[in-house]
Write a protein that binds this ligand. Sequence first.
Ligand SMILES: [Fe+2]
Ligand SMILES: [Fe+2]
Length: 164
Amino acid sequence: MTTIKSMWLPMLISIAALGGLDVTGAQGHLHDQTLNNLRTALREEAFTYVKYQLFAQHARDARRTEVAEVFARTADAERFQHLKEEAELAGLIGDEVENLRDAISGETTAVEVMYKQFAEQARTGGDEEAAILFEQMQRYELAHLYTFKAVLGQLERARTSSSR
Ligand SMILES: [Fe+2]
Ligand SMILES: [Fe+2]
């Protein structure tokens, strides 16, 4: 049976191929395949971090404190060790203008490519509930896109006026 869990890795590899994650290599000498693998690894670590936090919350709600603690502790390792070290190697974090441009690129891909296609494909497949959800996400990401663009505009105007 095909499940979300078994589909996750091939799915995130194909999403990574869409771009929007500006991973160039901190030292600029990494092989293309290595950079692609880093993008995949970063997404996998990030997803696992959030998933384990959700599992931890579920265990807390079910009063299984010991299970919650294992998930929470492991989530922290995914985020503060694995993802952190990979992000450093990947040169993921730049200055504020670079980070805003990266965010704008990612949100643009989410709005114009990913959720647009996902909604169309869900509707074609008869999954109307999923189509509506993807369209809702598309609107949410569009709001993020506008916010990032506005902040970048302010930053660039401030830089221009301070350099006069
Ligand atoms: Fe990990
Ligand atoms: Fe977003």
